[in-house]
Design a protein around this ligand. Sequence first.
Ligand code: F6P
Length: 360
Amino acid sequence: MGEHKRIGILTSGGDCAGLNAAIRAVVHRAVGTYGWEVLGIRQATQGLMHHPPKVMPLSIDKIDSLLTAGGTVLGTTNEGNPFAFPMPDGTVSDRSSEIIAGYHELGLDAMIGIGGDGSLAILRKIAQQGNLNLVGIPKTIDNDVGITEHSIGCDTAVNIATEAIDRLHFTAASHSRVMILEVMGRDAGHIAISAGIAGGADVILIPEIPYTLDNLCQKLFERQDRGKNYSLIVVSEAVRTDTGETVTRTNRLGQCRLGGIGDYLADRISACTGAETRVIVLGHIQRGGTPSPLDRLVASAFGVAAVDLIADGKYDHMVGWQNRQVVSVPIGEAIAQYRAVDPNGTLVKTARGLGIYLGD
Ligand code: F6P
């Protein structure tokens, strides 16, 4: 069975469905198989900044309902970069050494960080600075972490967006409207293209492929000419305006968040076609609720494999999914390879083959 270990686990960045399933799998493998101790670290790295660190011991009896629960029982944040941490007096401070001290105070042998590319990059920098033993698990509805085909959360988001499109067909047809569904995904159009194809959208706009308003409207006119009284458009939040700007809103901390391209397009499309147009911004609904079976499966496989990496002493690695297998890759390599939609890939060819307007 090997030597006893105490490991920490944290979730970092935006939440998504499947995080709890991964936590559950880590506890099953670490406690159940290896007889180790698992400490759940609260609120991403912020839990390690506290004295004493904010943790919850995770035993097998604490994880009973986690497989299907949305969110993360550990809490998370995407607002507190430890290298430029916002302080109450308005300044920013480098608090990475406090996190390293927290890790040592807990007597951790290793730590599993569940995060997207931004969080994994930050965790890796801290681990290198403090000589900590880090293993990563990729999660993000954006599915943009390099080298892995799946990151936890994306499949659920695609399911939710697809269901939204399915529902919009009926109301759009009843009112003879153009309906625009704006989905998340940051700079990667994975949610938009997958849900758009699966839901039967007429137009899919993703950040990776430029479009023109003229050609978009042409597609809508063609549908009208064929007797179709409505059209469905899926747009990814980072798609630019036809003059090349990203559309953003500012949150309470003054941080920019993508959002609003749907409204922008609606105005232009109404002006160009005269169609009655409505916008639906799906927002954080894409991150919430019960994980899909695929996300539960991937999260479970990732959790088990991450613990095995620790058992093998294979640190600074991340688990990933390739060709139905769990693999391990250096975190540095994974975060260096941003995973966008391949403009020559299968999904783009499929969408074009179906007659969907996807840009030019
Ligand atoms: O990275 C995940 C994500 O949901 C993006 O798709 C989206 O742009 C962003 O996070 C939203 O962030 P917040 O939760 O801060 O609004």
